[in-house]
Design a protein around this ligand. Sequence first.
Ligand code: G3H
Ligand code: ZN
Length: 286
Amino acid sequence: PLVSMKEMLITAKEKSYGVGQFNLNNLEFTQAILQAAEEEKSPVILGVSEGAARYMGGFKAVVAMVKGLMEEYGTTVPVAIHLDHGSSFEKCVEAIHAGFTSVMIDGSHYPLEENIALTKKVVEVAHTLGVSVEAELGRIGGQEDDLIVDDADAAYAIPSECDQLIRETNVDCFAPALGSVHGPYKGEPNLGFDRMEEISTLTDVPLVLHGGTGIPTKDIKKAISFGTAKINVNTENQITSAAAVRKALEEDPNMVDPRKYLGPAREAIKQTVIGKMREFGSSNQA
Ligand code: G3H
Ligand code: ZN
């Protein structure tokens, strides 16, 4: 069934595993992720950025596609449709009205008080409708769609500010920027585990790790042990699916049927997602 992230993440934190947020880019991504979740008996979060929603035809088109596939597949595992890095109150409300069960309001580029005020406003609307909310503090580096943060602007979240934002806004989960990056890492990631541990002692709210692509398993385990219950992955599925398309087209230069090159891409995404669900420990938890 379609659900918010709230219960999913509370349970994940209690039982010490992570639920993956896998971003949608098109039909094949959606099919692959839903199939992987059902096969693995894993809860799953479908992440939709504003740019990806635009590409797929808008929030309503995304919700209709997800609902249609879940019905055809007979999906039994919990699925959340989550707005990833929502840029404004208006965009969050638009997604909620279209049927999203969860939204992120990314006010991380605003001063603390403004971020809190904005997040609070989104929570008020969302919670009346049973929709969960994620907030962010600090700035996650790298690029995702329209969201570009230079190295110099990437900033680590401050634990006391995180505590204040969580208490004043009543968010359901919280993403402290602690050195993770959108897209591939330059060298080994260097995550701020000291601060993550500190934040986890200040709050019961499940934490979110963005930039999941390229984080070694030992760091994933460590993050989960410090209260991380949601891990976002996008680029890795883009890398494996692009490689599958390239291979199929190179092997047969006459190939034109999209089903013949996007089918292997879908399979590559499915296998990648299955691997992540096992790594995060969410398999057989639904
Ligand atoms: O919000 C989405 C994620 O943080 C994805 O990060 O593309 O580096 O896996 P990634
Ligand atoms: Zn992100």
